[in-house]
Design a protein around this ligand. Structure first.
Ligand SMILES: Cc1ncc(COP(=O)(O)O)c(C=O)c1O
Length: 405
């Protein structure tokens, strides 16, 4: 019997958030062990509720969603998205430039499938949210990782980006606010990225799914605002800001110099048409959700869950020798650094497995985010403060004797 093999293009595809460590946590749970899973940014699994605005819109409009809708998305939903991005100063946009998808995930795959030929390169941050790297491989392209610099608040390293541009580089991606670092990029940094894209005629992708989840009064600028002369695609969605990851509701919006991307847009339309439309029921809640910034904001200020969870997590980490971190300004992720010499860590996956087995807490090692050194891991700060503190104290206890061999 001949073995059935996966396609070559899947050779480097890995989704560690739901990979072997996750499977091990499933086995442990099946054996009756209570595992705290800090692997996915999935707020509803930690007791965050859907805002009333979203729930009401869903119930009130349910009868309007039975049919396939426009391949780009329902007009009312696109109008709300258009107005939102107009508020963020995206240049040269209209409703026709918006594609609604079953989550940002589906749209990233479409955006790269429509763009990349074999060997075409796209600049992707390291650490990244692995969806992007995986989608580049599946599209037949080559993800080329540029470094985000922990010494500079995890901002993209401009010199590193420049050094990685070749004649095959077609596009550059930023994730801002970032997963897994929680960084928010200032205008000066974005301006430098726009300058590079301009110099090298690159398409600009900006994943901004966390732009409504910012703390400490930090301002968010959409990269597209600074690129009126470039072809830009901005990604956003409701999964995180409105606690509806399971609804699968995201969008992308094309801005700037759209003329030069006419053929690419026709490719996007062809892909969008293949899947007929995205989930219509979820599109019906977009206007109500985007009108309700309040329920998201409440989580981000002192007394709000996301704010207090971050504070509790950082406070507990401060007591652990051999761990350092840059405090996140957005989202609910932290990407701490391990003193690998002290713990003799050479394999970050092993570290994650060992912590899971000993303390029953699951984190994802840096390699799951295409980070090349074995010295980082990501914490999802979604449990209540007391539970997070317990998990971090357990980490401190674990590390007090841990030495990898
Ligand atoms: C940076 C980033 N982009 C995209 C996504 C995917 O979001 P969606 O639920 O809209 O598919 C995530 C999910 O965690 C993410 O962190």
């Amino acid at each position: 019997m001949e073995e059935i093999l996966r396609a070559e293009k899947l050779k480097y595809v890995h989704s560690d958030i739901r990979g072997p460590i996750f499977e091990e946590s499933n086995r442990m749970r099946a054996a009756g062990i209570d595992v705290l899973r800090l692997n996915t940014g999935n707020p509803a699994t930690f007791g965050f509720g859907i805002p009333a605005s979203v729930k009401n819109a869903l119930l009130e409009n349910v009868d309007k969603a039975a049919a396939y809708c426009d391949l780009r998305g329902m007009p009312a939903a696109r109008e709300a998205i258009y107005r939102y991005h107009l508020g963020k100063k995206l240049p040269n946009i209209n409703n026709e430039d918006i594609f609604i998808g079953n989550g940002v995930s589906e749209l990233v795959t479409m955006a790269l499938t429509a763009l990349l030929n074999a060997g075409d390169e796209i600049l992707i941050p390291s650490p990244d949210y692995s969806l992007w790297t995986n989608s580049a491989y599946i599209a037949g392209g080559v993800p080329v990782h540029y470094i985000c610099d922990e010494q500079s608040n995890w901002y993209p390293d401009i010199a590193d980006i420049r050094s990685k541009i070749t004649s095959r580089t077609k596009a550059i991606l930023i994730i801002n606010p970032n997963n897994p670092t929680g960084a928010v990029y200032p205008k000066e940094v974005l301006q430098q990225i726009a300058d590079i894209a301009r110099e090298h005629d690159l398409i600009v992708f900006s994943d901004e799914i966390y732009d409504r989840l910012i703390m400490d009064g930090v301002e968010h600028t959409s990269l597209a605002e600074l690129c009126p002369d470039l072809f830009c695609v901005t990604f956003n969605g409701l999964s995180k800001s409105h606690i509806v990851c399971g609804f699968r509701c995201g969008w992308m919006i094309i801005s700037g110099n759209k003329e030069k991307g006419k053929d690419y847009i026709a490719g996007l339309v062809a892909l969008a048409a293949m899947r007929l439309c995205s989930n219509a029921l979820m599109q019906l809640v977009i206007p109500a959700a985007l009108a309700d910034n309040e329920s998201t904001q409440q989580m981000l200020v002192p007394g709000g869950r996301l704010y207090e969870q971050r504070e509790a997590c950082c406070k507990a980490l401060d007591h652990i020798e051999g761990i350092s971190y840059v405090k996140n300004k957005a989202a609910f992720y932290l990407f701490p650094k391990l003193d690998v010499k002290r713990f003799n860590i050479t394999n970050d996956k092993q570290f994650a497995f060992d912590y899971l087995h000993e303390k029953h807490v699951m984190i994802i090692p840096g390699s799951g985010f295409n980070w090349a050194q074995p010295d980082h891991f990501r914490i999802v700060m979604l449990p209540e403060p007391a539970e997070l503190t317990r998990a971090m104290n357990a980490l401190g206890d674990f590390l007090s004797t841990y030495r990898q061999n």
